[in-house]
Design a protein around this ligand. Structure first.
Ligand code: NAD
Length: 471
């Protein structure tokens, strides 16, 4: 099996044990990466601390690296897309879109590297400050520990590396053990584009063996984590004294008001609820349909979902591929069985090898996992409501609130929803499953505590230093 080394302080690293990466579709070998240990993590942190002492990677050079990396990635989209499709089981069309987006993430990061500055403070504006020149400058916050999930193994890595490079922070990256190869290839590409080799380390391994020691190590000043709520909460507890940036999960709702274009809404849910088999943090999960359109929405949804093309992620026609693991598919199948047992009408949700067929659950009880938890599988629930205030309360009734969508032709209803939905993002006439890489992206409550998007992440990875000059 192809051996893909990790990287510490600019050098390739292997280990006594290896982690085999296999396609979730057919188990075909993709490659193997070393299972690193806490001692390797300590080496990577020490290397990053050394880099921080140097001041030899100025803003213009950081911007140029990111610009070159964006161009090369654009030329090599197909190669990266195939790696994503193989290790993550993501349909190739979606994998291509992810690779193209990662290049954009670097482009937006390059802009931030060029713009990074500070601000002038009007010292004269207070009696005590008069006579001084005051300004605040952004400095790198220190070493960034980046921990990433399996589901966007390239673009979510880019969302950590791009802003960290722009900010001037050395990085220790811990990619998901299920999908580490896209991340390692991306780091290779950055180094080829001119990133000093010792600026970044990649520590491959499991959460407990490499993630936890990385979070606990005294060197990283910032821990930037994207992943599940329980792991995020644990990281927050053990990362005492560090800046902890969390991008976690959700059970994203979409509200469908009377008068909305139902075909348009249902077509959007077909993608938003089932793209990458629902393994997306903003996958559309809870459809809240006004009572007057509920039956029609449910019927149209069942009809359209049945037309999703299932199959091999490398097949151009595939819309819905395998789940990441048999265990993940079993968990979702169990939740669907519990919903059936509780009397909800469930269509789909059968195991076909590594695939779980797309499921629509009609009006489940609110305490059921398929409604209350993050399903992270190809499942959408549909629930009726009486008036928009009720729909907004139902949407807000979730611990983890990342993005919400509303379909309505009524401007007043749209503005009310935008005002009252307590989410990180509200999308009008769209599903919540939309992200532009330059937008502020993140959640509230259990969904997270920060905003990504290079212009926002760079603020989190820098700190303001105030300077006052008196003559
Ligand atoms: P996960 O939490 O299981 O793993 C994420 C990363 O954390 C992996 O690299 C893993 O090895 C590491 N990890 C696991 N245990 C750890 C520990 N004890 N200490 C340190 N690190 C540890 O998540 P996953 O299954 O890879 O990804 C799916 C989750 O990610 C979903 O909940 C999804 O909603 C969320 N997600 C959120 C966003 C967002 O931007 N908000 C984006 C994508 C995915």
């Amino acid at each position: 099996m192809l051996q893909v080394p990790a990287r510490i302080g600019g050098r390739p690293v292997s280990a006594a044990e290896w982690i085999e990466v296999r396609s979730p579709w057919d188990g075909a070998p993709v490659g193997r990466v070393p299972a690193l240990t806490p001692a390797h993590v300590a080496d990577a942190c020490a290397a990053a601390a050394k880099v921080l002492e140097r001041r030899d990677f100025p803003q213009h050079a950081r911007a140029e690296v990111l610009e070159r990396a964006a161009e090369t990635l654009t030329e090599r989209v197909e190669e990266f897309a195939v790696t994503i499709a193989r290790e993550a089981g993501k349909p190739i069309v979606d994998a291509r879109a992810e690779a193209a987006r990662a290049a954009d993430t670097f482009r937006f990061s390059a802009v931030e590297a060029r713009k990074l500055s500070g601000e002038l403070i009007p010292m004269d504006a207070s009696r005590g400050g008069a006579g001084r020149l005051g300004f605040a400058v952004r400095h790198p916050a220190g070493v960034v520990a980046a921990i990433t999930p399996f589901n966007f193994p390239l673009n979510l890595v880019a969302h950590k590396l791009g802003p960290a490079i722009a900010a001037g922070c050395p990085i220790v990256l811990k990619p998901a053990e299920l999908t580490p190869i896209s991340a390692i290839r991306l780091v290779d590409l950055l180094v080829e584009a001119g990133l000093p080799g010792d600026w970044i380390s990649v520590v491959t391994g499991t959460g407990p063996e490499t993630g936890t020691p990385l979070v606990e190590h005294p060197v990283p000043a910032v821990v930037s984590f994207t992943g599940s709520v329980p792991v995020g909460r644990r990281i927050q507890r053990i990362a005492a004294g560090k800046r902890v940036l969390l991008e976690l999960g959700s059970n994203a709702p979409v509200i469908i008001e009377p008068g909305a274009d139902l075909r348009r809404a249902v077509a959007a849910i077909r993608r938003g609820g089932f793209a990458y088999a629902g393994q997306v943090c903003i996958s559309t999960q809870r459809v809240l349909a006004h009572r007057s359109v509920y039956d029609e929405v449910l019927g149209l949804l069942r009809e359209t979902v049945a037309t999703l093309r299932l199959g091999d992620p490398l097949d151009e026609r595939t819309e819905l591929g395998p789940m990441i693991s048999a265990a993940a598919a079993d968990r979702v199948a169990d939740w669907l069985a519990a919903a059936r047992a509780a009397g909800a009408e469930v269509t789909g949700g059968e195991r076909q090898g590594p695939i779980l067929t797309p499921a629509v659950v009609a009006d489940p009880a609110r305490h059921l996992d398929v409604y209350r938890q993050e399903v992270f599988g190809p499942v959408v629930t549909v629930t009726p409501y009486g008036e928009i205030g009720e729909a907004i309360s139902m949407a807000n009734d979730s611990e983890a609130r990342l993005q919400a969508g509303v379909f309505t032709p009524d401007l007043a209803a749209a503005l009310r929803a935008a005002n009252e939905l307590r989410f990180g993002g509200v999308l009008i006439n769209d599903v919540p499953t939309f992200r532009a890489d330059q937008q502020p992206y993140g959640g509230v409550g259990d969904a997270g505590n920060t905003r990504e998007g290079p212009a926002y992440a760079i603020n989190e990875m820098t700190e303001l230093r105030f300077v006052s000059v008196s003559a």
